[in-house]
Structure formats: C-alpha cells, structure tokens
Design a protein around this ligand. Structure first.
Ligand code: GZL
Length: 378
C-alpha cells in the first residue's frame, strides 16, 4: 500500500514538474535515504542509496518491481564471533543485487541505542525492520509505533518477551540448548564414572533471552540430577568477561569445581586463559569438564583438540530465513510466527553415546573430526 501511494505521489510530482518546466520554474526533489547516525552506534548503509523515483533522469517512475526494499537492521553489537557471523549473514543477503537496501546499526550492546535505532528506522520510512533484541523486555511501545506506521518487524535470534507485535521470529530454542548441555553432561559423567558434579557457570549478558534460556535449561537438569552449581556470574558473552569471571572463580573455588559451563565460545576462550594462568587443567583428560555454546568454527577446532569437551551450536545464519519471510509478506502471505534454526551438539569424544534425549526428543551427538570441521560454514 505504502509503495502504491509513493508511486502515485511520484507520478503527480513528475506531472507537476512537467507543468512547472513549461512555465519556466522547476522543483528539484532531492529525496535521499539518509541513515540516521546516533552518537553511540556505528551505522552503515550497505547498498547504493536510491533517489526518489520522480527525480530519475530516465523519467522512470520507479515501477514497484524496480525499487529496492528498504530494510533497517538494529543488531545487538559486536561482542562475539557469533555476532560477527550473524551480521555477515545479513550483509550477504540484504544486498542491492537481491533487491534490498540495508541500513545497519550496531547498537553496541546498549538497549537505549537500539530503541533509538528502531525509531530512526521508522522516521526513515523503512519497508521492514529487523531487530535482534539486546534484552527481552521493554519492546511493546516501540513495536506499537512500528505497527502504527505499518512497518512489519522481524525479530531474529534473541526473543522479545513482552510483546507479539512482530511478523516473525527466527532463532534458536535457548532452553533446549541448556537442556542438551545438561543431558550430555549426565551421559558423559556416567560414562566416565564421575559421580559428583560441582559446576561453575559463566553466563551471557544479563536479560538476554539466550542467557535466560541456557541458564534455565542447564539448571533444570542440575536440579533433577542433584548437581551443585557453585556460582553463576555474568561474563557478558565476551572473552574479557569470561576471563575475568574465571579468574575470580579460580580464586574463590580452586579445587572445588569439576565443570565449567561457558554460555558462548568467546567466554570459553577467556576461561581457558584464566585456568591456564591458575594451573587448572580442563578438557579431555583434564580436571575440569569445559563446555561452551555457539560452536563457532574456531571453537570447534578446540573441541577437536580436546580443549573443549562439548559445544552446543547456536546458528547465527538467520538472514536467509528472514529473506523468505519478507518475500512472503511482499506476496501478501502470512509467515510462520516462530521459525527455529537447525542446530548440532558437538563433542570431543565418542564417550556419551551417539545420541541424547532432550525434552523427549532423541538428538545426535557429533564428534568433531577434520571432515566435520571442513564442512562448517562459520
Ligand atoms: C545467541 C546470541 C548470543 C550468542 C553469543 O543466540 O544472542 O549472543 O550465544 C552472542 O555469542 O553474543
């Protein structure tokens, strides 16, 4: 509907310009798509800026099938390798060649910046807005503003828990990831003759649905099995955060823990540095079972080397699914409200069996070999 009105206005302006030029006065319509910048967030406009159809010197009135679909993407930030892969997925899909003009805002893990970015997208008249919500709440007001302006919102990765005013969500079941981690640990400990689990958890960013789900899922199994979670602190999904928390843990709990759960790979890298410095051995044959989430390729190398015992994938490549949702909306179809990504549970050794049962569903455990590594897209 928005496109039809824009076309009609463009046509009227071309006709008006024609009338003006015959009377010797011209008006220049220099509408451009400026990507609003905010102090705290880097912004880029990845596709060529499209001028308003009426100013095309070819007289082209910007037939709808020739226009680029304007997509605004408010990304969490740049805190992890996973995030880098997520951003690249969007930048690879939402290109001019694919019919898009992408306006990207890195919100630097700042929720206020993210809300500003979405409001700027509304002002800029985006056709669609993609959000990866830094935190799960505080969204209903701005999503209502998007709805009032007729701009469909697609949420990816993390969830919005206080509003359903979006067309689709594409992402992972974070609680399932946490449950899978717990079920694998149960099977692994049994196979290794480990009868007591004293775990330390390095959580992701506070309030992020990924943190909430992974924490909830693992704790459900820990409570069921009678394990002890000695501590659970925020490492903010960063390597520095993981190292800082693990340094503290090595001081406070030295000799008391035999499992460390890092809620993403970057935290695991930091935890390894801290444990190396503290003389704590981990991984296959180590004193501590070390587990991570995300399963980036670099982390899977460490699984193959035995430095990580297991890594539970969180798939960052949501953009192709979002592209499909936009195409459905463009065609007047209703997309699925929830679209789950496929994910794999990777392990260093074939010890816990070939499968685990997670929430009633039998799921494969994949031993990381060179062949598995070579097949990984990110
Ligand atoms: C999970 C995603 C998390 C990753 C981290 O879907 O939101 O944020 O697990 C990233 O690596 O920082």
């Amino acid at each position: 509907m928005k496109k039809f009105v824009a076309l009609l206005l463009a046509l009227m302006m071309v006709l008006a310009m024609g009338a003006c030029s015959s009377s010797g006065t011209t008006t220049e319509d220099t509408a451009t798509n400026d990507t609003a910048t905010t102090d705290d967030a880097a912004t880029t406009d990845d596709a060529a800026t499209t001028d308003d159809a009426a100013t095309e010197d070819t007289g082209d009135t910007g037939a709808a099938d020739g226009e680029l679909i304007k997509v605004g993407f408010a990304q969490v930030g740049h805190e992890s390798d996973w995030r880098t892969a997520s951003t690249k997925s969007a930048q690879d899909v939402f290109t001019a060649e694919n019919g898009y003009e992408l306006s990207f805002v890195d919100c630097d893990n700042d929720s206020a910046v993210q809300l500003d970015a979405v409001r700027n997208f509304i002002q800029q008249g985006m056709d669609y807005i993609i959000i990866d919500p830094i935190v799960a709440t505080g969204w209903d007001t701005v999503l209502t503003e998007c709805e009032d302006e007729g701009i469909p919102v697609i949420v990816i990765d993390r969830t919005v828990d206080d509003s359903d005013k979006y067309a689709s969500w594409v992402g992972s079941n974070f609680k399932t990831e946490g449950l899978a981690c717990g079920e694998w640990l149960k099977a692994y400990a049994a196979a290794q003759g480990i009868t007591e689990i004293n775990a330390l958890v390095i959580e992701g960013s506070t309030g992020a649905s990924a943190t909430i789900g992974r924490t909830e899922g693992f704790k459900e199994i820990a409570d069921r099995e009678g394990w002890t979670i000695l501590d659970s602190q925020n490492g903010d999904f960063t390597e520095a955060g993981g190292q800082e928390v693990m340094e503290s843990y090595c001081q406070s709990y030295k000799g008391q823990f035999n499992v460390v759960i890092c809620q993403n790979d970057n935290e695991a890298y930091g935890a390894m540095t801290a444990m190396d410095q503290a003389g704590v051995t981990y991984g296959v044959g180590g004193d501590v079972i070390l587990v991570s989430f995300d399963a980036n390729k670099a982390a899977l190398e460490l699984v193959k080397e035995g430095k990580l015992n297991a890594d539970f994938e969180c798939n960052p490549m949501a953009a192709p699914d979002v592209d499909a949702v936009i195409k459905q909306l463009e065609a007047g179809e209703t997309p699925e409200k929830e679209i789950y990504m496929n994910e794999t549970w990777f392990v260093a050794e074939d010890v816990a069996g070939a499968t685990i049962t997670v929430d009633g569903a039998e799921q494969d455990l994949v031993v990381v070999t060179q062949e598995v590594l070579d097949a990984r897209p990110y």
